[in-house]
Design a protein around this ligand. Structure first.
Ligand SMILES: Cc1cc2nc3c(=O)[nH]c(=O)nc-3n(C[C@H](O)[C@H](O)[C@H](O)COP(=O)(O)OP(=O)(O)OC[C@H]3O[C@@H](n4cnc5c(N)ncnc54)[C@H](O)[C@@H]3O)c2cc1C
Length: 250
């Protein structure tokens, strides 16, 4: 079982209209493992604070971890419309607030063979994409398509020089067609890219279909995952995600 650690909020940095970085610290981070490409932790929630018999877990990407400073950074999206535990908690967050976390779990490593990468993700995947871009070989090339809620969320990302970032603005009508437009308007090289994608469940299924059927990308060159599902909480989402994954793998 993954170790449970108590951490407290030491810094809150507003990055843009809908993103903020929350820095957690605490002695429990002394032996926190450093993973390639960051990985993720789970915030643990219960009816009472710091309850080891927690009932709810919410995964969040590790944007940065410094062993020297014992600092762990998480990028939170502002989900004002959500009544979810993590959303409500992160909106009210203040310095010295404490929470239990478990993890880290590791993020999927990308095949480094192609040196041509395609990252696709909504606002919940921005942290993961930013960590991958930062860690890629400087000679790598590719494209990241990232969905944001407002033009004001276009933040500067550390990336290899030959990497392009395309922003998609969230739409209530059809997010998929926006991603599809961006994907259709890029220059596809003769060899296959390594694809990494994460977003809302229904969008993930449409993107997966498009990448495989229309773009003929081989399954082994694609890592695609849903990070949440409209209308379902994370416990409910996890169940359908698992079923979908088993079908996709079979
Ligand atoms: C591996 C992994 C890494 C992740 N990393 C990050 C990260 O770095 N930053 C980040 O912000 N999120 C991240 N997420 C997504 C995050 O875990 C979910 O958004 C989480 O469910 C929110 O919890 P909640 O308690 O607020 O809402 P829940 O209780 O899970 O859901 C309550 C309601 O809110 C809705 N909801 C949940 N998430 C969203 C959303 N993103 N947008 C709109 N409505 C939503 C649900 O559909 C439901 O109706 C990650 C998910 C995974 C699986």
């Amino acid at each position: 079982m993954k170790k449970i650690r108590e951490v407290k909020v030491s810094k809150i940095t507003k990055l843009s209209a809908n993103f903020k970085i929350v820095t957690f610290t605490g002695d429990d981070l002394n032996d926190f493992p450093t993973l390639k490409n960051g990985g993720y932790i789970k915030l643990l929630f219960s009816e009472k604070p710091l309850d080891l018999n927690y009932q709810f877990v919410r995964p969040f990407t590790i944007k940065n971890f410094s062993r020297e400073k014992l600092e762990l950074e998480i990028l939170f999206t502002n989900l004002q419309s959500s009544s979810g535990l993590a959303s409500k908690w992160s909106q009210k967050i203040k310095i010295n607030d404490k929470i239990l976390i478990s993890g880290p779990g590791s993020n999927k490593s990308l095949s480094l063979l192609s040196k041509w990468y395609l990252f696709i993700g909504d606002f919940t995947a921005l942290a993961a994409i930013s960590v991958y871009l930062k860690n890629l070989d400087e000679k790598s090339r590719g494209l990241a398509i990232i969905e944001i809620k407002s033009k004001k969320d276009k933040i500067e990302l550390e990336k290899p020089v030959n990497f392009e970032i395309k922003w998609v603005l969230s739409s209530k009508v059809n997010n998929f067609s926006q991603y599809k437009n961006k994907l259709q308007n890029i220059t596809w090289l003769s060899h296959q890219p390594s694809v990494w994608a994460a977003c809302e469940f229904e969008l993930m299924k449409k993107l997966r279909n498009f990448l495989i059927k229309d773009k003929k990308i081989l399954k082994e060159n694609i890592y695609i995952s849903s990070y949440w599902k409209k209308g379902l909480d994370q416990e409910e989402h996890k169940i359908i995600k698992k079923k979908d994954f088993q079908k996709w793998e079979s």
